[in-house]
Design a protein around this ligand. Structure first.
Ligand code: MG
Length: 166
């Protein structure tokens, strides 16, 4: 008799944070320098890429979103390192009987140039996700000067995650 339970689950995540003066710009755990000194506003470290990845993981198992686990009105998460939050989400996924197979993400940012930092972001994420480096795709694109990302009002990110049953 074959096991009729699904062996795979897929999830998608999206996030956007405002670009403001006086904040760090952290993407995938990498601190970047914006040419105008801007960074991402938020309750945690506002790492929009890692947030999109976490929401993709939670979404794959219909576990809600990161606001449910790390509420922005909880002082405990003020300035939190999002890579540590990602570790907690991965633990939850594993405790639920699933493991991460691969991730694909895109960051939409007009500036700074992300390409030189993509490998470091992939390394940070893959270590926290417990997967091989080549199981984490991170791409960067500008928004061709269109919309909030194009006007540098913010940086957004989208991610998909594939999980396999443990
Ligand atoms: Mg966020």
């Amino acid at each position: 008799m074959t096991d009729s339970k699904p062996q795979f689950r897929i999830g998608n995540g999206y996030d956007i944070h405002r670009l403001v003066p006086g904040r760090s710009l952290i993407l995938g755990g990498v601190t970047l320098l914006h040419p105008d000194g801007l960074g991402l506003d938020g309750h945690s470290d506002a790492d929009v890429l890692t947030h999109a990845v976490m929401d993709a993981l939670l979404g794959a198992l219909s576990l809600g979103d990161i606001g449910k686990y790390f509420p922005p009105d909880d002082p405990k998460w003020r300035g939190a390192d999002s890579l540590l939050l990602l570790e907690k989400v991965v633990s939850l996924i594993n405790e639920s009987g699933w493991r991460v197979l691969n991730i694909d993400a895109v960051v939409v940012a007009e500036r700074p140039k992300l390409k030189p930092h993509i490998e470091c972001m992939r390394k940070n994420l893959s270590e926290r996700l417990g997967v091989d480096f080549d199981a984490v795709g991170v791409k960067a694109t500008t928004n061709e000067c269109l919309g909030p990302e194009g006007r540098e009002e913010g940086i957004s990110s989208q991610a998909v995650a594939l999980l396999g049953r443990l």
